[in-house]
Design a protein around this ligand. Sequence first.
Ligand code: ADE
Ligand code: ZN
Length: 346
Amino acid sequence: MEPATLRPAAELHVHLRGAMPPAYFAQLLERHPPARALAQAPERHLAFFRRWPHLAGFLAPDAPAGADLFGFSTFPGFLASYLLSGYFVRTPADFRGLLDAVATDFVAQGLRYAEVTVSVPEYLMQGIPLEAVCEALSEASRRPDIRLRWIVDLVRNFGHDAALDLLRRLLARPPAGWVGVTLGGSEAEFPPGPFRESFELARAHGLGLTVHAGEAAGPESVWEALRELRVDRIGHGVRAVEDPRLVEHLAERGIPLEVCLTGNVKTGVFPSLAAHSLPQLDAAGVAFTLNTDDPTFFATTLAGEFEAARSLGISEQALGDALANVERFAFDRDACRIRFSPLRLC
Ligand code: ADE
Ligand code: ZN
C-alpha cells in the first residue's frame, strides 16, 4: 500500500484573483480586449505596466490575447501582473463569475474552508458598485460545498484615507462571511503604521487582523505591523529571520505566519526554495500555516505547498501542526471546525 499522506483541505491566505482559473481569465480577455480594458487606466498604472517586458503583449496596439501574465520574476513585476489582471474584471457579472470559477476549482481540489483575500478597492476602481461586490460575496459565502470567508484587502497603495472610507462603508452594510482585513500591495512603499486607525476600527468591530509584512520588506515592517496594527496573524513574515529578536518574539507570543513558499520564490523574495527561511522559523518554534497566496500566478496548489515544505525537510509532525494551526488561527473557527478533518488520510 502507498504510504498515507496528509490532504490539506483548508487555507487562510489565498487571493481571489490570484486563484482565478486560467480558463476564466481567457474568457475575460475575450469579453474585454486589452485595448478597451485599459482605455481608462490612469497614466501611472500604464507607466507601471510598461516597465515590465512580460506585459508588453497587453499594451501593444493590436494586443494579442496577453500572452505572458505570469512571466514576472520579481515582486514588483508580480504586482504589475496582479494589478493588470484586475482590469479584466469590469462588471458585476465578471465578479460573480470569478467567485464561482474560483469556488468550483477549490471544491474540485478538495478544499472545504478558505479565507479568501479580496482586493475590494481594485474592483471598485473598475466601476463595479460596492453593493454588487458585497451581494456577490454574501451569496458565495452561502455555498453548501465549501465555506468561503472573506478578508478584505484594503490595498495599501490606495492610501489610508481611502482604506478608512472603504472600511466605514463596509461596516455600514457588511457582506456575509466577512471575517477580517489585511493590507496587500507594495509593502516596501507603503509601510503598515499609517493604517493604524483602520485596523483599530476593524478590531473594534470584531474583525480578524492580518497584514502582508516581512514579504517585500524586512523585519522592521513586521515589528511595525505588530506594534501599530496589533495584528492577530502575519501574512508571510518570512523575512523575520533577518532579526533573531523578532523570531524569538513571534515564537514566544505564538503569533502565526501565513507562509506561502512557492510565491516567495517566484517573486524573488528568496532566490530558491532551498534558501527559504521556513526551516529556520520552524526550528525556532514559530507557528505557521501553509498557503497558496496566488496559486494561478505561481502555478501551485495547496497540496503542492505541502510537497514544497516536505522537500525543505519540514517534518510530518510540523506539517500536521501546520494543518491544525489553520483551525486554531482561523478568523471563523466555527466554520473551519467542520470536519474538513485536518488529518484526513488519503
Ligand atoms: N496581492 C496579491 N498577492 C499579493 C502578495 N503576495 N503580496 C502583496 N500583495 C498581494
Ligand atoms: Zn498575499
